[in-house]
Design a protein around this ligand. Structure first.
Ligand code: FAD
Length: 251
């Protein structure tokens, strides 16, 4: 029986490490993380205001950067996340966010999907009859995938390179797998890019699964660096699902 995901799984793979040059020390104030200090350092360099004339703590300084719309300062800090338990249809939408992002995704040509997991669409969760019907359809598609790989391996048995033969079989057989097939993707983005994507995909207009993922990512990044994401507010929308809104739009 395949594994069924009802939530994405987000892991932080990489975060900034800031190393302050000794000849340009900043008068830091308040609590902050390396990523936040890196952005403040970059912003202060523009005016050589390392002495912190307004006596702002880092998170207030970043709030002001967002208020003023100086988004380029936020591009210095990047975070890499491993996103699992999401569907192929979700990543199809996610990779449309181009500026400031890098992606590496599990290949269905190389990886055997006969043991693949699936992602239950949020609208299906909680109705046992609907879930049962949906599972039957998904499992039937997976059975067809396995049969198709087998037939294609036999059809192309004359291809001497077994790796190439398997790739030929899997790349054709994957066409019968559903959009709900689980995938894994490494996403690296700078803070400006993350903010834009999260604004679009955590809002009520976004597709339910990507919205669920955006909220999960938002919670992780708010823990990582509150100064970059504190102006996002999460709430329960009229459809009874979590959504978020942001005070400073597309900086
Ligand atoms: C609710 C929703 C529904 C959607 N429905 C559909 C749909 O039905 N069909 C569909 O095809 N897509 C759809 N999309 C995807 C949408 O069209 C965008 O591709 C996606 O949101 C990424 O936005 P973006 O291009 O602004 O992002 P990015 O590529 O990350 O760009 C960010 C910003 O950088 C700038 N930029 C990036 N590239 C360029 C460029 N080449 N030239 C000039 N400026 C640039 C722009 O200011 C842009 O807003 C939908 C998105 C949402 C949120």
């Amino acid at each position: 029986m395949p594994r069924y995901y009802t939530e994405p799984v987000i892991s932080v793979l990489a975060r900034p490490v800031f190393s302050e040059p000794s000849h340009l020390p900043v008068e830091w104030m308040g609590e902050s993380t390396d990523g936040e200090r890196l952005a403040e350092f970059a912003g202060r360099l523009c005016y050589m205001s390392q002495h912190n004339p307004a006596k702002r703590n880092t998170r207030d300084y970043l709030e002001n950067i967002k208020r003023q719309g100086h988004g380029s300062v936020l591009e210095h800090a990047t975070y890499s996340l491993l996103v699992e338990g999401v569907s192929r249809s979700l990543t199809h939408e996610l990779v449309r966010h181009r500026a400031g992002f890098a992606y590496s995704q599990l290949s269905q040509r190389y990886v055997d999907e006969s043991q693949a997991s699936f992602v239950v669409p949020p609208a299906v969760i909680g109705d046992s009859a609907l879930e049962e019907t949906w599972r039957t359809q998904v499992e039937s598609a997976q059975t067809q995938y396995v049969a198709l790989v087998e037939s294609l391996m036999a059809r192309y048995s004359w291809v001497a390179d077994k790796v190439h033969r398997r790739k030929m079989a899997r790349e054709a057989a994957r066409s019968v797998l559903p959009n709900a097939t689980e995938t894994k993707i490494v996403v690296t983005g700078n803070v400006r890019a993350w903010r834009t994507m999260l604004e679009l995909r955590s809002s009520e207009g976004a597709e339910m699964e990507i919205r669920r993922m955006a909220i999960a990512v938002l919670r992780v990044l708010q823990q990582e660096a509150p100064g970059f994401f504190s102006d996002f507010e999460t709430y329960v929308a009229d459809d009874r699902k979590d959504a978020a809104r942001v005070s400073h739009h597309k900086v």
